[in-house]
Every structure is written in C-alpha cells, then in structure tokens.
Design a protein around this ligand. Sequence first.
Ligand code: AMP
Length: 248
Amino acid sequence: MDVQATEKRGVAVSRKVGPIILLGSPGAGKGTQAKRIAERFAIPQVSSGDILRENVARGTELGRKAKEIMARGELVPDDLVNVMVGERLREEDCGRGFILDGFPRTPVQAAWLDRFLEGKFFENQEACGPPIVIQIDVDYNKLVERLTGRRSCPTCGRIYNIHTQPPRVDELCDCDGSPLVMRNDDRREVLAERLKAYELQTRPLVEYYRKLGRLVDVNGDLEPDEVTAQIAAAIQSFGGHVKDSTWT
Ligand code: AMP
C-alpha cells in the first residue's frame, strides 16, 4: 500500500485496525457502510455474500453448491462458508485488519471465528484479537423499502436505491453508464425468507457479542453519513484507529 498517498487523501492510517464485524439484517446498509469504513481505514471489506455471488458467477464447485440455497434466501452451510472466509482472511491485504460484512451469521460461524481470531489457525498476529462488533439496526418497513429498491452496478459495484438514492439517469450507473441490476434474492418472495433467517440464526449473535463487551449499537435509520460517523467513532473508541507515526 502507498501509505503516503493514503495519508494525503486524509485516510486514517494506523498500524493496526483489527477485525471489525458488521451485524445487521439484510437491507440494514452493511454493504454501503463496509465500503466506506474500508476506504476510511484502508482495510479490505470481506463480504461473504459477494464472495459467494462471485463463485456462483464463475461456476466454481462452491458456487454450484450455494446457488440454489441463495436463490431460496436460505443460509449456505457453515462449513462451506467458514472455509471460504478463512481463505480470504489469510490473504496479505487483511494484515492490518478487515471489515466483515455478512459473516458470521450463525452461532457456529461465530464460534469458528473466535478460534480463528485467537490465532489457532491464523498466523497473522497483527489482525488477530477480539473483534469490534457493530450492530446496525433499522426499522422493518424501511428494510423492505431498501431491499426492493436496491440496484447495483455489475461493473463497479456501486449501490443505488430507486426510492432514496436513484442514479442520475434511470437504471444506469452514474460512474460508468452500465445498466443497473436487481439482486435475485431481493425479490419480495425471497426477502421474507432472508429476514426470517436473520431473526432465527443471526439475531442471537447480538447478545453473544454484547455479553463479551464487544458490541456497539448504531441507529441505521439515520442518514448514511451519520451512520458512517458513528461507526468510525466506535472503532476509534476501541483503539482501532490511532494515527501511528511508527508506521513503517
Ligand atoms: P448477503 O449479500 O450478505 O445478503 O448474502 C446473500 C446470500 O448469501 C444470503 O442470503 C445467504 O444465502 C448467503 N450468505 C452470505 N453470507 C453467508 C453466511 N455468512 N452464512 C451463510 N450464508 C451466507
């Protein structure tokens, strides 16, 4: 990474940011916020949903196994997802820390991640340690509006919402003009299943991390800039963002 260039752009560069987890229902804004935090702290966004979609698009063995499950709005089995995320976190760019978006999503995944971050099978000491967990909470009706209105650019990945953040020209990306796409699993029929999976399998993780003293609640009904500011402040309060002159 070009640290000087990063500092010139005003991005906070610290020796260590550590693991950050974004928890929140589908539509809570995890993807949007994860991208902003990744940029601000110069760490990668690790989105299990994005990696799975890439595998589906490339037709890998994992993609073939996950495709139908994702189309139904159900969760992909823990062992497949854990291996996939573990491979990604061992990559060099995760060295100072990373922001997990969409993982962990079940108690089994959270227990696996705990052991991973304790360094049992993760040699990268810089990025090890207890995670900072941010829960983004959003009103149910807003979630449905966001998900049914969500569109993304298949070329650059930018996310829009036809109700609240429309592109300048209908259905075309502002950055590169590509026709925007709607995710298959954002259709109303599948949505109900995804929201149910969140309540049953992921919601219990909120209390799990709260008990460990690692959880910060953020109100996701606020404007996106305000949500980003609150998340950044939470990361700083856990010491994940100290501009460090010893950086080499
Ligand atoms: P997302 O983009 O995070 O909403 O994920 C889209 C879909 O990918 C989910 O509805 C699941 O089918 C699958 N998925 C993503 N992350 C996980 C995970 N951590 N565990 C199991 N399935 C996942």
